[in-house]
Ligand binder design. Sequence first.
Ligand code: ATP
Ligand code: MG
Length: 307
Amino acid sequence: MTGERVISAKGLAKRYDAFEAVKGIDFEVRSGEVFGLLGSNGAGKSSTMRMIGCVSRPTSGELRVLGMDPVKDGSRIRGRIGVCPQFDNLDPDLTVRENLYAYSRFFGIPRAKGRRRADELLEFFEIADKAHGKVAAMSGGMKRRLTIARALINNPEIVLLDEPTTGLDPQARHLVWERLHQLKRQGITLILTTHYMDEAEQLCDRLVIMRSGRFVAEGSPASLIRTYTQPEVVELRFASDDLRALAEKVDDLGRVEVLPDRLLIYTDRGNDVAARVRDRALGPSSVLVRRSGLEDAFLALTGRDAR
Ligand SMILES: Nc1ncnc2c1ncn2[C@@H]1O[C@H](COP(=O)(O)OP(=O)(O)OP(=O)(O)O)[C@@H](O)[C@H]1O
Ligand SMILES: [Mg+2]
């Protein structure tokens, strides 16, 4: 499914003064792949993305993008990649369409072609009706879609998407997912960061989980779920508030986690566990058996506490 190596990093590190945000990571991305970087706030995802995007110099290590060195060949690389940064940096005084057109000029795309491409992208992200409005008057979610559209103006081979769907409503998020699938089908390589586990599970062929500047896990969404969590979760809700006491009564059935409003039991036999819970007459107000997802694996790896 995937082709030649388009990005490779060895011992890649980024330090801001004394603080080491990225602590020597190794990875490869192949052409046509959707590669995800997951991790809690401050894990080092954007720092990594900015180095790949040639806007931040690696402190040490080796990085190659399309076979080139981002420090020496930054402008040649930038011509062949698209970047949607975490925070929108659109020009608020220009119209929506002018924002795209100005970027096409920046890439030296001929005027007529740039206008055509801008219009296509406005259609693609369903913001054509806003084309002549000022960016300052757009909602946050529309700006986000425009920023993603702008990343595609130069028909890039690789697109870096740093939290592309943060702040989007459910319809807009689905639209973006569908568009990203289309790009993938065209063979474009996507590198994505997200805090939405359903998004990562749906879109990514392969992902890494970062913690404090290091990779702590790597694999396909399915393999991470398999490796780091049990296949099923039994969710128990009770009328009682003393969930800790109840947890002790079921802790022989699997790994138990106490949440503010429920208990979770991780197991490979959800229905059996649910039946055994019922046999113990603990009186749960609801018992739900579900399959584990990427979020369960992510939380098992990174913990539930916000740091
Ligand atoms: N320009 C900078 N100067 C100093 N420290 C920085 C700078 N940029 C990032 N950092 C620090 O580096 C660490 C990693 O930041 P980074 O933005 O890469 O995290 P992230 O994984 O993208 O987080 P988030 O999910 O919140 O976007 C954080 O501790 C952050 O405070
Ligand atoms: Mg970030």
